[in-house]
Ligand binder design. Sequence first.
Ligand SMILES: [Zn+2]
Length: 256
Amino acid sequence: MTPLRALPDRFRNAAAGYLARRAFRRMQPVSASGPLLALGFDDVPQSTAHIGAELLSAHGANATFYVSAGLSRTDTGWPCATHEDLVALVGEGHEIGCHGYAHIDYSKHSRTAIRADIDANARAFEAMGLRPARNFAYPFGRIAPRGKALCGAHFDSCRGVRPGLLQGGEADLALLPAAPFDQGTAQDALQLIDRLARDGGAAMLFSHAVTPSPSPYDCTPKQLETLLNRCAEHGVSVVTTAELVKRCFPGRSRRP
Ligand SMILES: [Zn+2]
């Protein structure tokens, strides 16, 4: 694909994202809390369920694993966490969140298709004996107003992929901020931890695989270990999204 051919798509994505950030908000006051870090792993490759979970356990940390159940049934080129992996993660105190079933771009699909995708993931969770997911991460981080309206009404929280801090004021529970944590941004994440330790508040980070051979979207075990060590040194609790929502938004209204 040439850059010129890609341009209209980029414009469309940018416009949809701009509108969605301003539409269908679920603004809630942010309670003084923290320092708190919610760590999320999207797609949940097997390396994350094994290497990542082991490191989390060693540091007494918890995370939310945002699962697209359909990914484990397609040839994605990398193995995803199995049913047994997910059950083990729950047993260790981690949260299983929803990332849609087929990992489709919600900014490009109808409300009906998005509804069907969320329902398919819920059925897959039920078949695996997992509790219904309460928190959601937009596949590819892409949103449009119709998808945000639906997801924001369905889940306790929905997570985007734009960095931000939760330090008083208000935040949109239908589009919580989160910064990437991958091989290119691991250093930025350490600075974020320093800032949380200094100023208080909460933040979210998201990654994918935890592997010695990372893609640009993944982190290495060493980078995750360094992050967890920094959190421990500075007294920053590493928690699930559910815990962050509970502590940062104690007065939130129930989902519509
Ligand atoms: Zn994803």
